[in-house]
Structures are given as C-alpha cells and as structure tokens.
Design a protein around this ligand. Structure first.
Ligand SMILES: Cc1cc2nc3c(=O)[nH]c(=O)nc-3n(C[C@H](O)[C@H](O)[C@H](O)COP(=O)(O)O)c2cc1C
Length: 360
C-alpha cells in the first residue's frame, strides 16, 4: 500500500475499473438470486453504493418490465438485470431491457451467443458474463463482453466443479488486464474481497450474504435457516447414477434434498424395470425441484423447498440492513490494510519485519 493513501483510497484504486464499469461507489455486485433479487433488495444494494442485479429467472417480458420499472422508481443509481441464456423468450427480454434503458445485463446459465452479446451492446448496454474457465473467458472477451464474473463452487445456486480460489488463480492472471473481472463464491468478509482485488480482480459478486438483508423479501423461515446454518450444511445436490445427469445446485440440506436422492433411486429403479424410458426418467428427475426455490423463499417451506445457499452461509449471523453489510465488508478490508501499514516515523523506511539473521 502506498503510505500516502488511506486504506479506503487504496481499495478504491484496486477496484477503480470495476467501479467505472458499474458506475458505483463500490465494486460489490449483489449477485442475482431468483425470487430474492427483486425490486426491494436490488434498489437497496444500489442505494447503499453497491450494484444490485435483478434476477429475471423464469419471468416473462411483461413481468420483467414491471420489475425493472418498480426498481427504477426506488433508485436513481445503476443496477443490472440477470437473464438466463436458455430462456425461451430471451430476445423479448433483451428488448425489454433496451426499451427501459437498463445499463447492464448479466447473461447467465450457459455460454451466450455472440449474437445476443452484440444485440445488447448495440442497444447500449454493458454486458457481463460468467467465465467458468480461462479458454471461455478469452472467447467471451473476443465476443465483446465488458466484464466477466468468475464464480467458484462455494457459491449458492447452480455451481461448477472448481473452487473460487483456484478459478481466481487460474483466470485472473490471464484476462484481468483485458476486462474487469468480478470474483464470486464464498465471499463473506472484507479480507477476502481485498485478497481477490490484490490478485487482480476489479470487484466481487456476493449472493448468500445479502439473503438476510433487512430489505430482502425472503420469508422469515428462509432467513432463519440461513442464520442457523453452518458452512458444511450448504451442500451440492448429489447425482446417484451417471446415466441420469443432475446439474449441481448448492443448497442447505433438508427433507427435500433427502427426498431428491430417494426420488432418483425410485425413478431409476422404474427405468430398470422397463416402466419409464430414459427420457421420461430424466424428465421426472429434473422436475423434482420445479417451483422449489419459490416455495422456500416466498412461502417459507424450508422443509421441502430448495434452500439455495453458498458455504459463506456460516458467516451470516443476523438480519442487517444492506448498508450495514456493505459498510462492514469495507471496514474489514480497510482494517486488514491498516494492520499492515508501517508506523509513520519521519525519515524512516524500516521494513515491517526484521530481516532474517544471516546463516553462519
Ligand atoms: C438463492 C440463490 C439464488 C440464485 N439464483 C441465481 C440466478 O437466478 N441467476 C444467477 O446467475 N445466479 C444465481 N445465484 C448465484 C448468485 O448470483 C451469486 O453469483 C452467488 O450467490 C455468489 O456466491 P455466494 O452465494 O457464495 O455469495 C443464486 C444464488 C442463491 C444463493
């Protein structure tokens, strides 16, 4: 750290490119969470100096338009919209974003097409995409994305196989000079934010930590489950048979996750008995979780609903306003920096630790 600057100035220098891309005070993105990241949480994150992202999920164009307009009524600050690339009405959703002047679109759920990226950019939006590997990060940069999100397996929701720390080491040195990169997955303290910024990230994306924000509309049962949970309770869904693939989702273990295992075994047994063909069996497995996140987040069914949560859930101890969450993260990063600073003695440039004794 340059001794002429305060810890906050240092952090602002580290995430300057992220802030410039997002147009925010801090380069902390509130990762879109289906059902949770609606107008209230998104506007609260943006109003507190972060960057809220609306989760479109399975909404159609009219619902999305209403949610964008409601968010715009609650904040004058920038926020983004997360669109799932395999949504059947993706084109219409992109048109809604353009018509309503959404400045940033995050494309999630698979590699987006160059056509989709170009269309959004031609409409004036900045485009951010998830990069699960260096080769894909390079490909997305060639396709013209403005920023990348690198999300590791510690995260809540749909996950890849590689941890955040390894992905960050793999991808940041290769592409962080080309576009701003935001690291996501398992971030629950400011020291972690600082370390990823020092590795070359331009910002971070956080989901789990914002679920229990006062402004989040998640059901009290959902928040209580988060506050009670430890890191080890947030586990990926398990696939019991390689012939029937299951996209891993990290969520708190409950009766639903146990029942999912049982359902897979029963469905596979019915397939083996000739009752169901391969396709029907796969569909039955995939449909198990239909509506399950909504049931947990909105209706408060924490027994059989899906409690999607990242491992950082163990660091969530209480319900707090978004502003307190963001300020606490920044204070932790600042304290970590301050603890490294050399006491200012005029004329002295002493190293922080004594040099090693020469070996005889
Ligand atoms: C309940 C929940 C729902 C999520 N839904 C989505 C989603 O709809 N689209 C998406 O791109 N990511 C989704 N995510 C991932 C978040 O946007 C974010 O990248 C992730 O939570 C970051 O990791 P963390 O949970 O460790 O903070 C979801 C995460 C959670 C916990």
């Amino acid at each position: 750290m340059n001794l002429a600057e305060t810890p906050r100035q240092h952090i602002d220098r580290l995430w300057a490119r992220g802030r410039a891309l997002l147009g925010t005070e801090t380069a902390i993105m509130g990762g879109a969470m289906s059902w949770v990241s609606e107008r209230n949480l998104v506007s609260a994150i943006s109003n507190a100096g972060g960057f809220g992202v609306l989760a479109c999920g399975s909404m159609g164009p009219d619902l999305l338009a209403a949610e964008i307009e409601a968010t715009q009524a609650l904040t004058d600050r920038p926020f983004g919209v997360n669109l799932i690339t395999m949504h059947p009405e993706l084109d219409a959703l992109m048109d809604v974003c353009q018509r309503l002047g959404v400045g940033h679109v995050v494309l999630a759920g698979g590699l987006p097409s160059g056509v989709a990226i170009r269309r959004l950019k031609d409409g004036g939006a900045k485009v951010l995409c998830f990069a699960p590997a260096t080769a894909l990060a390079r490909k997305l940069i060639k396709l013209g994305v403005d920023g990348l999100i690198v999300e590791g397996a510690e995260a809540g929701g749909h996950i890849g196989p590689v941890s955040t720390s390894v992905l960050a080491q793999e991808i940041l040195p290769e592409v962080a000079d080309a576009v701003p990169v935001f690291v996501a997955g398992g971030i629950g303290r400011g020291e972690a934010i600082l370390s990823y910024l020092e590795m070359g990230a331009s910002g971070v994306q956080i989901g789990t930590h914002f679920v229990c924000a006062t402004e989040s509309i998640a059901h009290p049962n959902f928040k209580a489950a988060f506050i009670k949970a430890n890191a080890r309770d947030a586990v990926p869904t398990v696939q019991v048979d390689p012939r029937f693939p299951v996209i891993p989702v990290r969520a708190l273990r409950n009766k639903g996750t146990d029942a999912f295992m049982e359902t897979q075994r029963t469905v596979i047994a019915r397939h083996q008995a000739g009752e169901l063909d391969q396709k029907a069996a796969q569909l039955e497995i995939e449909h198990f979780w239909a509506g399950a996140l909504r049931r947990a987040v909105i209706d408060g069914d924490v027994e059989t609903g899906s409690l999607m949560a990242g491992q950082s859930v163990g660091l969530v101890r209480e319900e707090q306003p978004v502003r307190v969450i963001i300020d606490t993260l920044i204070a932790q990063a600042e304290a970590a920096l301050a603890s490294r600073a050399i006491p200012a003695t005029p004329g002295a440039t002493a190293p922080r630790t004594a040099p090693p004794e020469p070996v005889a």
